[in-house]
Design a binder for this molecule. Structure first.
Ligand code: ADP
Ligand code: ADP
Length: 225
């Protein structure tokens, strides 16, 4: 599903955020990317979402070299890949329904089909009864679940999340991680950047460890203690 082949990323005027990074994530796998602040976790995810481009090396998604996707191809890529952010990035003046519907607005899907998909996504995160409300009326954990519903509404094959539990208390964080594991259990590939080691250990999934942009450990799920 995901393949990084000797990938390096240097930001303008900066040092190397990623350095000769190589790894693969299989279809249907769930993996964490961890490491200190500045280790390159966000950068790794941004290369997958084509928010950034590598300086060297090749990133492949489903056998497709991402370098071959130009600006015009990015919306199509984003439908194959759902993204969840730490700060959920909801539009605060739109209803929960409208927020989740957003990724379906590009591409000419009929309104009835959009409604069906939005309700299915909200149901999966347990928020169907909130569809008419504004985000501000929801708790932090609920808002993050809306962010997840928006990420999965277009039925992506890959779900990536950058510190999705960074703003949540430990109980809610466990709940949100459980939700990601549920999506994995129905076939979605999941890649999550997180620095919350106790939480990661609890999940017993593969852990890829970065240190100053280099891969320093890759622990298989069954080896997580
Ligand atoms: P992490 O997500 O692990 O905290 P990041 O990928 O955000 O790490 O950052 C990796 C390194 O790249 C850090 O040194 C950071 O300061 C730098 N960096 C990230 N984004 C940019 C940017 N847009 N411009 C310059 N440097 C950046
Ligand atoms: P996170 O810790 O959630 O990865 P950061 O605080 O590292 O987020 O980065 C927030 C935003 O600032 C990101 O869009 C990142 O690309 C950018 N950024 C991070 N470090 C730098 C930097 N040294 N110079 C410029 N932009 C940066």
């Amino acid at each position: 599903m995901i393949r990084f082949d000797q990938v390096s990323k240097r930001y303008e005027g900066g040092h190397e955020a990623l350095s000769q990074l190589s790894f693969e994530v299989a279809t249907g796998e769930m993996a964490f990317v961890t490491g200190h602040s500045g280790a390159g976790k966000s950068t790794l995810l941004k290369l997958l979402g084509l928010i950034e481009r590598p300086s060297h090396g090749i990133v492949t998604l489903d056998g497709q070299n991402l370098a071959k996707i130009g600006r015009a191809g990015i919306p199509k890529l984003r439908r194959r890949l759902g993204m969840v952010f730490q700060d959920h990035r909801l539009l605060m003046d739109r209803t929960i329904f409208a927020n989740v519907e957003l990724p379906l607005m590009i591409g000419g899907m009929a309104p009835a089909e959009r409604s069906k998909r939005v309700r299915a996504a909200l149901e999966k995160v347990g928020l169907l009864s909130y569809e008419r409300q504004l985000p501000a009326t929801l708790s932090a954990g609920e808002q993050q679940r809306v962010g997840i519903a928006r990420a999965i509404v277009a039925k992506p094959t890959l779900l990536i999340a950058d510190e999705p539990t960074g703003n949540l208390d430990p109980t809610l964080a466990v709940e949100i991680m459980g939700l990601f594991a549920e999506f994995q259990s129905v076939g979605t590939t999941v890649l999550i950047a997180s620095h919350d080691l106790p939480l990661i250990k609890r999940m017993k999934k593969r852990v890829i460890v970065l240190d100053h942009g280099r891969l320093v450990a890759d622990v298989a799920a069954q080896e997580v203690l």
